[in-house]
Structure formats: C-alpha cells, structure tokens
Design a protein around this ligand. Sequence first.
Ligand code: ZN
Length: 496
Amino acid sequence: MKHISLLGLPLMLACGASPPPSTSPSTSTSASPSTSPSTSASPSTSASTSPSTSRSTSPLTPLELAALSSTRSADIARSIAEEVGPRLAGSPGDKLAVAWALRTMTSLGFRNVHAEPVTVPVWRRGTETAEIISPVHLPLAVTALGWSGSTGKKGVTGEVVEVISLDALKSLTKDQAKGKIIFGNVLMRKAADGAGYGEAVPMRFAGPKLAMDLGALAFVMRTVGTAEDRNPHTGSCGLRDVKNPIAAGALSTVDAELLHDTLARDPKTKISLVLTPTRAPDAQSANVVGDMPGDTHPDEIVLLGAHLDSWDLARGAIDDGAGDAIVLEAAKLVAEHGEPHRTVRVVLFAAEENSGAGGKAYVAAHTNEIGKHVLALEADSGTARVISSRFFGDPSQKAVYDVLTVMLKPLRVEAREGDGHPGSDITPLVGAGVPTVELRQDMSRYFDVHHSANDTQSEIDLEGIRQATAAFADAAWLAASGGDFGRAPPMKDEHW
Ligand SMILES: [Zn+2]
C-alpha cells in the first residue's frame, strides 16, 4: 500500500490494482478540520444517479462514466466551430471567440467568469497563388505561412532549388540560393505520438529565415501535414521579428509532389508566386477565465488550459475547439461528481497560434498566485482518445502520479517515461514551477487536419473526445481533491 496525503488526509491505494470506484482514491471523512466533514473526495459520491455505475460491475468511476456517456464535449467543440469559426488573433473572429467563451462558461455554471486583456500581434492573409510556369503550366495549391512577408501584387518568378532537409538548406551557398525560390521538401510521417510533427516543423520555423539570409527570392515548402490532398496547412514561421521578410508559403502535399516530379524532369523548373499578407498594429484580445470553486481550499488552483484562437483557414473544431471542449467539460464534471476541495480553473488562452501571447500574459497577471497553482494541464492535441500520460513534477511526489496512472488504466491510458511537452500555453506556468501531467492523445489523424481547411466539425470523434474528457477529469479531480504533485523542476527549452 502507498500512503499519500490529500489535503492532510490519509489516502491509501493498492498499487497496480485496477481501480474500481471502491478502490479509487478517497479521503477519510473523519479527520481534518480543513476538509468539509460531510463529503468524501471520491468522484463516486454521485453514483446513485446512474444505474450503470454499480461498483460491482464497472471498473470505471461515476466521473468517468459520466464523461463517457455525455455528448457535451462534442457539442461544445461543434458549437465554437459553427458559431465562431476561424478566429486568428486580432481578427473579427477572435472577438466573437471571446464572447463565445464568456457565454459558454457562464451557461456551464462557471463562477468568476471574466476576460483578461492580452495584447496580440496581428498578421492578415492576402491573395495567394502559385503556378509552375516552365517547363509546363500547372497551378499549385499554396497558402502563406504565418508571418510571411509579401511578394507584392505582381508576385515573384524564379527557378526553384529543392532541399529535403534543414541541414541541406543550411549547406547551400549564397550563389546557389540567390534570386531563387527555395523549396523545402521534408516528408512528414504519421505517428500516433505526433513525432512526425517534431521532425517536419523545423523547416517551417527556420527555413524561411535561412532562405532569406541566403538571398533567396522566396520560400515554399511541402506543407506540414499528412493528408494526401490539396489543402495546404499554415502555421507560424520564424519571420515575425524580421524586417522586410521574404514571402513564405506551404504547398499541399499533392502539389509538393507535383513540383518535385517536375524538378526531377527539369532542374530549371520555374514557378511564379503571389502572396500578399500584411501586418497591422497590435490589437486587444483576451484570455477567458472561469472557475469551479473548491469547497475548502478555493484559493488553491488546478488549471485546465486550451487555446481559444485558431488559424484563419480552419473552423478550429479540432485545433483547438476540441481542447476547449475537453477542459470545459472536465471541469464541469469534476464539479458535478467530484466535489472539489480546490478550485478547478479553466483558462482559454488567446493567440497561441501566432505568438503565444496569452500564456505569457496569464503568468504576468497572476504572478502573486503562481505558487497556489498546484497542477496545470493543457488540451491541444485534437479530438482523439488519450493514449499515454507523462509526469512532470517533483520526483518525490511521484506516488500521487502513480494514483493517477491507476485511475487511468480502465481508460487504456499508458504511463510513459521520457521527453514530453507541457503544451505551449502552459509552458510559462510550468517554467515558473507549476507541475503538469501530459495527457497525450492519439495524433494519427491529427495532422491530416491541423491548421488547414480540413479542420471542421465533421472531424470531431465522439468516442475519442469522451475518453479524453474522462482522462482530463480524472487528473483534475485528483489534484482538486488534494493530490500534491510538488513543484516542477527546470525544463530544458520547452521540453522535459
Ligand atoms: Zn493548437
């Protein structure tokens, strides 16, 4: 038996056992004056409302069963996609999103619902066309990367130099690149853990600036995406703080293949490219915050985060409407079934996609209570089920995380070791010492959709989002009941 403490009360867990409600973490009702004497912290307290929650037949807790049978998370994801749609930071859609979040949190019963101002940088898409003009005429599906410069209305025309890796781009000489259009053609592989993104995305971040420094006329790349279709995926590139940046675009996977094949036949292949995005002065957006207050320790906070903005090409059902829905519904379920001692706070962050301004603004606005944040979790990996968990907290408090892994077993979530990422909005919090658990979702299909016109409400996976909501609710419940994950150790970069 392991003994851990929930808000000063003893908690005993048979390690390795599958945790039916009767063995799930529960607090004694007898001891601490600081804990409501009339309640158990177990999420099984509302069990009598559902006939399917019999302790003798189900290994799932009532909290998990409620998540697995509800359509509410899928409905919330659909709602933001339908009622708001594209919502890039600083756009009219962004304002609609803030209003949606205030309205939705209020209607779900959150308290202290409010918008916290965030200043966001503004970039707007313009015209975008591309065409192979020699040795044949073929249109190419292209979209500008976030923070791309403009070609001007007349566009640019040039020979294409293809590179298949960032190293190959770095090894080009100025003579090879000057006046040419660089084509970064990195294949992206599908992987359930999303690892293909980490391999492909450095070309998007670093490629445009490297090409610019080599004197290239413009930059195009094979889209960071895994669908074999003609919808290119956008995403930020590393030109935000660069003066007079070159134009940088993504070609759909199919069109990148077309350009590659044409170059294989004719190394003097030429394309024309028109991308006319613009920048505008900084605008005001907001992080939207709402609380499900704890009963005995309301000043201690379990933070569930997701981002409210989306790219402009997408309706943002998946990135990150699904994350918004998962954390909103998880917090509501903990309040309904778990009687949290600590406050479960949802933060829907501004401007994750184009700057990360929302995550930084939250930490700046809450400096005085960072030490009261006992756990932060982020949902920003789509609509599929959670497949694994990783702990990033105080190693001496790992027994608390072990409780969570036992709770998650009936949901078929594996405990994993190794490198992880906390989620970009909560990275500043984790950097300030707030522990986290990464609940990694199955990302096999995620990059078919992410940052592209494919991100619509038809992609919502009902069974997946239900299970993910259950997993986030379990983690939130454990921390809200008093599970102490300690403080996070220093991160290396944005990973651990
Ligand atoms: Zn996202």
